[in-house]
Design a binder for this molecule. Structure first.
Ligand code: PLP
Length: 387
């Protein structure tokens, strides 16, 4: 009676979700599975943020908001971009979306035509190539090798520019690599984007989760060529509230606004009031970030040391909360390695296949130290070694 669109027939469902459903199935069967596959903070949303949402509900601020977000929230985001990122985006040049994901989705549909090419450093977050492909544009991977700490070489990027290149997608700190691109790399990318007339979409969702490096926003150097995307999900442990935001050139923001007005009509009012508390009650929020960052750092150090000691080579990520471990000692194929880890060691990880990370799996350290210890012990057992 119906035929699915060509668009969705080529769309790949998220591989992260695939692993999760297999892990959940095992858990349903009563198997005790350790989940190292998720991409969300294990911390609770801080109390001052929850209180603002409760107050919004109780005072009836529960109706439609402007499609682009509450004016006072856009002002708070504009101030955040200025103070934290050194970016000048007037409140009119800011839009609020249903999570960072919808900001990216709107941006790709606002800027890309079928046949356009989009450069994406790889390993990459699986949603970029899928969303780009939905617009009819072509994702082009720009490999960054593990031995360089997954650092982008601007010359590799430039070598892949063709007359059809319209966009560069950057994600620093990166999922799944944890790479944080240094200022000189960002400056070089900004420079080549300006020279070639290419738009940069920079996904800075993990901007607050940096350990040994400083996160810098590329929009400083190429404001007319950059759309900056970030949001509340990872920084303030607010994944379920669905708040993202973007700042960029006015015509791009206007097009994203138009798309949003004909799709979601904007983000939840209650969540927007919560995000406003996160951005304006700065002292409380900064305290939360410091605590979370210290915990992530400790977990990262334990996980990286443990995996390397087991012979699974794992570079130390400078940001975000993931590591990519070389699982070739376990099995040459990362999908098989992930299957072994789940079925034999009862540790759920994500195979690197869809991230363009062959021979590697992604483990998240947004989980307790005890869980990390237990996971390491199980992996050690699987490898037939002592932890
Ligand atoms: N960008 C990256 C790199 C991510 O890892 C994620 C979430 O996993 C997102 C964007 C999406 O964030 P949100 O939950 O706010 O849509």
């Amino acid at each position: 009676p119906f035929q699915l669109s060509a668009r969705v027939r080529t769309l790949k469902p998220s591989s992260t979700v695939g692993v999760l459903s297999r892990a959940l199935e095992l858990q349903r069967q009563g198997v005790d599975v350790i989940t190292m596959s998720v991409g969300e903070p294990d911390f609770d949303t801080p109390p001052h943020i929850k209180a603002a949402a409760i107050a919004a509900i109780e005072s009836g601020r529960t109706k439609y908001t402007p499609v682009n977000g509450l004016p006072e929230l856009r002002e708070a985001i504009s101030a955040k971009f200025r103070d934290e990122n050194g970016l000048t985006y007037a409140p009119e040049a800011v839009t609020v979306t249903n999570g960072g994901k919808q900001a990216l989705y709107n941006a790709f549909f606002a800027l890309l035509n079928p046949g356009d090419e989009v450069l994406i450093p790889s390993p990459y977050w699986v949603s970029y190539p899928e969303m780009v492909a939905l617009t009819g544009a072509l994702p082009v991977a720009v490999p960054t090798p593990p031995h360089s700490g997954f650092l982008l070489n601007p010359a590799d990027l430039e070598a892949r520019i063709t007359p059809r290149t319209r966009m560069i997608v950057l994600n620093s700190p990166g999922n799944p690599t944890g790479a944080v691109f240094p200022p000189e790399v960002l400056r070089a990318v900004a420079d080549l984007a300006q020279r070639h007339g290419i738009m940069i979409v920079t996904d800075e969702m993990y901007e607050h989760l940096v350990y040994d490096a400083e996160q810098v926003s590329i929009g400083r150097w190429a404001p007319e060529h950059t759309l900056t995307v970030t949001g509340a999900s990872k920084a303030y442990a607010m994944t379920g509230w669905r708040i993202g935001y973007a700042g960029g050139p006015l015509p791009v923001i206007a097009a994203m606004h138009a798309l949003q007005s004909q799709s979601t009509s904007g983000a939840s009012s209650v969540s927007q009031y919560a995000a406003m508390a996160a951005l304006t009650q700065r002292e409380e929020t900064a305290g939360f970030i410091l605590t979370a960052r210290a915990a992530y750092r400790e977990r990262r150090d334990r996980l990286v040391a443990g995996l390397n000691a087991l012979g699974l080579r794992t570079p130390t990520p400078q940001g975000a909360f993931y590591v990519l471990a070389d699982t070739t000692p376990l099995h040459p194929d990362e999908g098989e390695a992930a299957r072994l880890l789940l079925d034999e060691a009862r540790v759920a990880v994500v195979p690197g296949t869809d991230f363009q990370a062959p021979g590697q799996v992604r483990l998240s350290f947004a989980t307790s130290l005890e869980t990390i210890e237990e996971a390491l012990q199980r992996i050690a057992q699987l490898l037939g070694e002592q932890p």
